[in-house]
Design a binder for this molecule. Sequence first.
Ligand code: ATP
Length: 368
Amino acid sequence: MRPGHGDIELAGLCKSYDGITNVVDGVNLKIPDRAYCCFLGPSGCGKTTILRMIAGHEDPTAGEIVIGGENVLGLAPVERRTAMMFQSYALFPHLTVRDNIAFALRVRGQSRLERYKAVDLMMEKVRLTELADRLPANLSGGQQQRVALARAAITEPRVLLLDEPLSALDEQLRVQMRQELRRMQRELGITFVHVTHTQLEAIALADIVVVMEKGKIKQSGPARDVYAYPRDRYVAEFLGGQNIFSGKVEQVGSDHLVISQPHRTGIHVGVQADRRVGIGDRIDLAVRRDDIELMRATSGEPGGGATALPGRVLAIEYQGSFVKVMLDTIPDEEFIAYVPERTFFQDPFNVGDVLLATWSAGRARILA
Ligand SMILES: Nc1ncnc2c1ncn2[C@@H]1O[C@H](COP(=O)(O)OP(=O)(O)OP(=O)(O)O)[C@@H](O)[C@H]1O
């Protein structure tokens, strides 16, 4: 395997199938060599089209694709040194694991000896040595996936493109294979670009998460940035784990703002250097579900700088390590607190209880 030169740059990338609508609309992105990058977004947002353009299976309508410093437009997939792994692994049913993996090398005319040497090495890397002589029908879903990955990686690509690689697997296997993918990416030492519509998959795997909407990038960055600091309502809603609601700026202080809502007043928000707001502005706020603390309404107000809003418990769901408590704290918006399991059971709440939901000003974020 020759690693390196797997950095990708997309510049002004557009794709239209009908000459009218851009299904990929001005995408600019840099993916470093050997990064694990996940494109995340709902069905139809253009993720697969971007993948296919990087692979060379589809031509952009406008823009550039540069891999390892080389403009690859017009080059065939083999010349780009990209490889694609598909959702349905598309293994040859009549070939053994070894021959499935060797297939691309046979097409390239490598000698039997060369092929078998390369395939043995690859099988070791992806832990398939024991299964070398099996047919795909006699493999589990996870094992089939490893064969598909090995078959793509044997061509020594500098970039491996994966289109919803885990969607055919059941939940438990998906979580297991997530770790396998990450391990194999490190082992192969190449860039992975992975398309998914599953938030957890993206944040668990990726060095860089790219959140897309209608052909455009809404936000990209390390998983934690995108999850903990969503830029706007769309990203916050898509990544989940946040309470999102809008309000009007009533006061602007040196370190915090006071926001009101049709139903609630006295919502404190820390000043954010990246968001300039003035009195009267309408803003969207996000507060993480796990940053909300719930108190009995009788236990007094929280300390200075905190927000405390009343709410009735609508539903309670046990989730194992935490308990999900739904309240009507912000009427017309979903409002949920994640209470650590042990904390919850020290003094459990019931549906119908009226509580105070509190959080400190610094925990509320202003969205664009
Ligand atoms: N060959 C094609 N001809 C015409 N329209 C297409 C073609 N391929 C994709 N599209 C359209 O382009 C848009 C983006 O499709 P794409 O497959 O890239 O989305 P996606 O985000 O990967 O969604 P999914 O997760 O459902 O695959 C969709 O509206 C789709 O219908």
